[in-house]
Design a protein around this ligand. Structure first.
Ligand SMILES: [Cu+2]
Length: 510
């Protein structure tokens, strides 16, 4: 079926037959998932468009909160030891005090920040007090597969386990953690389970610049204050909540450092929303990507485009004139399907520059011209090809939409690729679908080599370590990577609804 036809029929179905969404949701999932506990919400809630709370239902304008840190209980140097407990928690985030039941790590939204040094050993006891199996996946971190919260290693409801890994040198960067159980990831993340992870290095070239942490996430609440279930649009396009938050606050105020320069670590912790960030009057200097600092800063940027799950580090310098400026995210055209209401820019945060003393900025030392040594990955020993595609059908009057990797749905029992440890591989990710899909692979950072669109190849200008890269409709992205641990690794689209629907594969490293 052609895409246009599908869009027409799907919009009719949405407006006239609320129950069709059920059939659609079932048709889009592997059979065994329909029987899983917790999937019930997707079926019963998928059809009717819930009446949503107005954006004003959440207060705005509070000072930006600092992230809560996870306290290290170890007294041994070089060891970080703590507990993360995932559990339901009732929090009042709406103005009128209506409580919302979230699922959170240590009752915190977002989950607490883990801060460690390169070379540290990390030991996290995970307590699963959720009504579903769960895991903790250490997104982007070079940890062994058995400690990486794979879907195969689910911790049952009521269970617990310890994740233990030693971080290598040269992995300082901006990471995060979230659940990764088969079939439950999207729901657990949108209910609030996601936390932050920073690895620091002893020789930080940007030491001394005040640092900010901005975690962008969204929240979809019904008018009654409950977390809304996914509707058909969410399942198709990825869930985007009406509340676009920073550090779990709606449009907070950041009072900029008087010296006029800050280092921002920005997380796109949204399930699906891409960010196109700008701060009128100010420019960004990009200094880091998912896997840490760049080789050299990139100056003069007016926009930052971040796919879901991507992180960036930027240096922000105060614009002339002071005052308050909004950090705005503009809509990103990513090929959404169905009837999508018009989107407008959202102010995520107000930045108050009024305390800045311009003469202090003039007196600051210049940013270093080089930040870190990044060696380009060398000669390729093996190649892999990943094809993202979508399949739509109206067979038997039932909407069915599949999100596929190499023509197949995810199957935990099937190994899609085999890789050899310590070999440079070229992965070609071809997006043969109508939507953009952000590619992610576990346990490694890759280097983007080039992008090809309509036969035109553009070499990647940035030498950078990443674990997220967008693939546009019709685009082919080529990346180089090296696996450093033996075992099973997942790779998938990081629009969590697509991953949940099976746009995921696994590679066994031998
Ligand atoms: Cu996707």
């Amino acid at each position: 079926m052609q895409r246009r036809q599908f869009i027409q029929t799907s919009s009719i179905a949405l407006s006239t037959s609320p129950w069709l969404g059920n059939a659609w949701a079932q048709g889009s999932m592997p059979h065994n998932m329909a029987a899983m506990p917790g999937m019930a919400g997707m079926h019963s809630g998928a059809a009717a468009a819930t009446a949503l709370a107005p954006v004003e239902a959440m207060a705005a304008g509070a000072p930006l909160a600092e992230l809560k840190k996870l306290v290290n209980t170890s007294r041994q140097p070089g060891v970080f030891r703590a507990t993360l407990r995932a559990a339901p928690v009732s929090l009042a985030v709406m103005k009128d005090g209506t409580p919302t039941e979230f699922w959170a790590y240590n009752n915190s939204l977002p989950g607490p920040l883990i801060e460690v040094m390169e070379g540290d050993t990390v030991e996290i006891e995970f307590i699963n007090a959720l009504p579903q199996p769960s895991t903790i996946h250490w997104h982007g971190l070079p940890v062994p597969p058995a400690q990486d919260g794979n879907p195969q290693d689910a911790v049952p409801a009521g269970g617990r386990r310890v994740y233990r890994f030693k971080l290598p040198l040269n992995c300082a960067g901006t990471y995060w953690y979230h659940p990764h159980p088969h079939g439950f990831t999207a729901e657990q993340v949108y209910r609030g389970l996601a936390g932050l992870f920073i690895v620091r290095t002893k020789n930080d070239p940007l030491k001394g610049i005040p640092e900010r942490h901005l975690v962008c996430s969204d929240l979809k609440l019904g008018a009654d204050g409950h977390i809304a279930a996914n509707d058909m649009n969410d399942e198709m396009n990825g869930r985007e909540g009406q509340f676009a938050l920073v550090n779990a606050q709606r449009q907070p105020v950041l009072t900029f450092d008087a010296g006029g320069r800050e280092r921002w670590r920005i997380w796109n912790a949204n399930s699906a929303r891409y960010l196109r960030l700008s701060l009128p009057g100010a420019t960004f200097t990009l200094v880091g990507t998912d896997g840490g600092l760049l080789a050299k800063p990139v100056t003069g940027l007016t926009e930052l485009l971040m796919t879901a799950a991507e992180r960036m580090e930027v240096i922000v310098e105060a614009p002339m004139g002071g005052g308050k400026v909004g950090l705005v995210t503009a809509p990103v055209e990513r090929g959404k399907m169905g009837e999508v209401p018009p989107e407008s820019p959202i102010t995520l945060l107000d930045v108050d520059f009024s305390a800045v003393q311009p003469e202090r900025l003039a007196a600051l030392p210049k940013l270093p011209g080089t930040l870190r040594r990044i060696q380009p990955l060398g000669a390729v020993k093996a190649k892999k090809r990943v094809v993202f595609s979508e399949e739509m059908s109206m067979a038997g009057g039932v909407h069915s939409m599949k999100f596929l990797v190499n023509g197949q749905n995810f199957n935990m029992q099937r190994v899609d690729f085999t890789s050899r440890i310590n070999e440079v591989e070229l992965w070609e990710i071809a997006n043969e679908s109508d939507m953009d899909h952000p590619f992610h692979i576990h346990g490694v950072q890759f280097q983007v080599v080039e992008r090809e669109l309509d036969g035109q190849v553009t070499p990647e200008p940035l030498l950078a370590w990443r674990d997220m890269v967008n693939t546009r409709s019709g685009e082919i992205v080529r990346v180089k990577l090296v696996q450093r641990h033996k075992g099973l690794r997942m790779f998938h689209c990081h629009i969590l609804e697509h991953e949940n629907a099976g746009m995921m594969g696994q590679v066994n490293v031998i």
